[in-house]
Design a protein. Structure first.
Lengths: 199, 199
């Protein structure tokens, strides 16, 4: 008995499909499910099926929605500006600040040659189709400031600039409230380079 | 839209019930389920229900099993020694070394005054009932060497010793292959105190 019983092994394999979950964590999750009440385990399974059944991608912006259009695309009062994000989590973070009144576009993925994801697989055609249709005046490319996110942003800018649309990126710099002593060198260098006059 | 849509929120709450999973991790898991194929999500839900339906506790040793008795209790060739463990994960780890040929007893819990778990709630009565019935010659108390595990082991020893059974604990010391420089002080102190002559 070097392995768990088959129904437990199958459940462990399912938990391993979650992002960042290895064998040990998956086993811990699976055993905790066995310690739940029958009702709790049934609620868990029902929540999985229910979310998967009710939630789909908005055909306009690719955000998650339970309606035909997502609540942002359905809102006529949104300004004709599109903020491009990597995923719905980033979209939620920006919505949470309640400052941004424009629209969004959720990429299918960032560029990733390692995973075989080239420029034709990130969902840019749908973004381009929106520019004229929605009379977009500006595209804010808010991909993550990582190697893949930066490469994706550069590519999007190269494609969009010839189309005559204004393309911007959120400012990089020292996070508010952070200690300069602990800022990494690259962030600090970019913050100094992009320094602003005190007004 | 400061929160996710309701079916996603419900799924996030379910993932938060897993050990060590906070809101951000639960949201990451929930969104990854939405990115799965319909079939994968259905397999996940089915695995949850199936494991919960088929797996229960062995009435003798409290180990997880899909039969009436677990495979260890059903094995007549096991020596009349009982190794007491905190959970099925610890049992699996000991089985994996393929050296131990005795039986097991999985506690319901360790003693934990903080969680209101006193001596009557750890499953000791079932262990005591086994001693005479199975002609047990030795009980190895293999709870974790933590504050709660040690306290539980001390309590079990105090209860079992008057019953005339031999009670032991696995040796504590420097892990094989470890660097003494990195061993913690308590482990090092116990290892020195329990030093053995070279043979």
């Amino acid at each position: 008995m070097a392995e768990y019983l088959l129904p437990i092994e199958i459940l462990i394999e399912q938990f391993r499909k979650l992002p960042g979950v290895g064998r040990k964590t998956a086993a811990r999750y699976a055993l905790s499910v066995l310690d739940m009440s029958k009702e709790n385990a049934e609620d868990f399974a029902a929540a999985l099926l229910d979310a998967k059944k009710k939630i789909h991608r908005c055909p306009v912006c690719n955000n998650l929605t339970d309606k035909e259009l997502c609540s942002i695309c359905a809102d006529d009062s949104r300004e004709p500006v599109i903020c491009v994000v990597e995923d719905s989590k980033a979209l939620m973070s920006i919505e949470r600040i309640r400052e941004y009144r424009g629209r969004f576009h959720v990429l299918d993925s960032v560029l990733s040659p390692m995973k075989g994801i080239g420029p034709d697989k990130i969902g840019l055609d749908r973004l381009i189709a929106r520019l004229e249709r929605e009379g977009i005046t500006e595209v804010i490319v808010a991909t993550n400031p990582t190697i893949e996110g930066d490469a994706t942003a550069m590519y999007i800018m190269r494609v969009l600039l010839p189309l005559g649309v204004k393309v911007t990126r959120p400012a990089l710099g020292i996070p508010v409230g952070a200690d300069i002593e602990y800022a990494d060198e690259i962030t600090l260098a970019r913050a100094l380079k992009a320094r602003n006059p005190i007004e």
